[in-house]
Design a protein around this ligand. Structure first.
Ligand code: NAP
Length: 351
């Protein structure tokens, strides 16, 4: 039985998700919601710069709710819990990179009720958070005894992320340091990463009284920087470091970190990506201590990243490859701790 999929929003994640659906043997694209009025009414293939797919994009949410579909890949700029609840209550499973990786059930009553109403499942995923932050460390932790510390860390050049709204509004580049430090977006970002910390704490048993904290730092440009949000002027925020950390009795036990730099140099303070350049790192300290460095999720060049950023594509793929497991799951909010192991699929010509 083919699983009928709807794509919600066609930004970088949404377009890559459609490409992944089209290559997946078990999935079929049956609908697409778009935010931009000028995309509405157009064939989805045309929006992707490929042959027509026979699926027309719409900006009418009611039309999507009425559609006969099994799953929605929900990837708008910002999540809207009411919108997600409506999709779930209409009987559609939802997979998303915008949150709900490991939500607190006590704060998710409306979504859980919507899952029950629609006999549907909500799954939050992605890469960071949603993959590298918790799923990969948990996999690696299976090779370690007596684990003492778990770290997931990103080192990225954000000049390659061609999503200006995300870079400006969610990541907070181009502001003054005062504006950046006062932005409510830190707590939005932190809410996602702290769910990943909690998943590791619970799965690995790091103690019921683990406390989480956020450390936020900014660096400013020392000279003008070309960026996806235009020129970042000297004195404006051009690099950001966040650290979300869990401690037990004052000892750090889980840490999720990002080092987002708009370039490789030219900051005050003079941060760099380090000699190893762009990468993701995962470390589980114990017996033995195991470290993984993940390459390939950052593009070869700025131009390549702006055209199609591999981290964004992997985020979309992680959503899409989860769909069969999510559709088969019991209704409710289901995380990696609930779903069975799932994989990507072989290329169509190699099946
Ligand atoms: N967890 C992870 O690892 C991870 C990684 C990457 C991204 N993300 C998240 O995934 C989401 C999508 O990221 P992206 O890179 O695809 O961003 P993007 O390229 O900026 O695309 C976002 C899309 O959202 C739609 N949109 C714009 N303004 C909107 C509004 N006011 N209300 C509703 N929709 C609006 C537009 O869709 P149309 O083009 O269809 O009009 C836009 O293309 C973001 O929330 C981002 O933070 C998560």
């Amino acid at each position: 039985m083919t699983i009928r999929v709807v794509q919600w929003a066609t930004g970088g994640v949404g377009r890559a998700a459609i490409e992944c659906v089209l290559q997946h043997p078990d999935l079929e694209l049956v609908g697409c919601w778009v935010h931009s009025a000028d995309k509405s009414g157009r064939d989805v293939g045309e929006l992707l710069g490929r042959e027509p797919l026979g699926v027309t994009a719409t900006d009418d949410a009611e039309a999507i709710l009425a559609l006969d579909a099994d799953c929605v890949v929900y990837a708008p700029l910002m999540p809207n819990a009411d919108e997600v609840a409506a999709l779930l209550a209409s009987g559609k499973n939802v997979v998303t990179p915008t949150g709900w990786v490991y939500p607190d059930p006590a704060r998710s009553a409306a979504l859980i009720e919507a899952c029950t109403t629609g006999a549907a499942t909500l799954h939050g995923t992605g890469i960071h958070p949603g993959g590298i932050t918790e799923r990969l460390p948990l996999l690696i932790s299976g090779w370690v005894a007596g684990a003492r510390f778990v770290r997931a860390e990103e080192f990225s050049d954000i000049r390659t992320y061609g999503a200006p709204d995300v870079v400006r509004d969610i990541m907070g580049f181009g502001l003054t340091p005062e504006q950046a430090m006062a932005s409510p977006m830190a707590s939005l970002l932190g809410a996602g990463f702290k769910q990943s910390l909690r998943m590791i704490i619970d799965a690995m048993g790091f103690g019921t009284d683990a406390r989480t904290s956020t450390t936020e730092e900014v660096a400013v440009a020392t000279a003008p920087i070309d960026s996806p949000i235009g020129t970042i002027e000297p004195g404006q925020v051009a690099a950001r470091r966040y650290r979300w950390e869990a401690t037990v009795d004052g000892e750090p036990v889980v840490s999720a970190r990002v080092n987002w730099l708009m370039g490789e140099e030219g900051f005050d303070p003079d941060w760099t990506l380090g000699a190893e350049g762009e990468r993701f790192e995962v470390e589980v300290v114990g017996d033995p201590t195991v470290t993984a460095v993940i390459k390939g999720l950052q593009p070869e060049s700025i131009a390549a990243g702006l055209e199609r950023n591999p981290g964004v594509v992997s985020t979309a793929n992680h959503c899409v490859n989860a769909i069969p497991a999510v559709v088969a799951a019991e209704p409710g909010i289901r995380t990696y701790l609930d779903l069975p192991f799932f994989t990507g699929k072989a290329a169509p010509d190699l099946r």
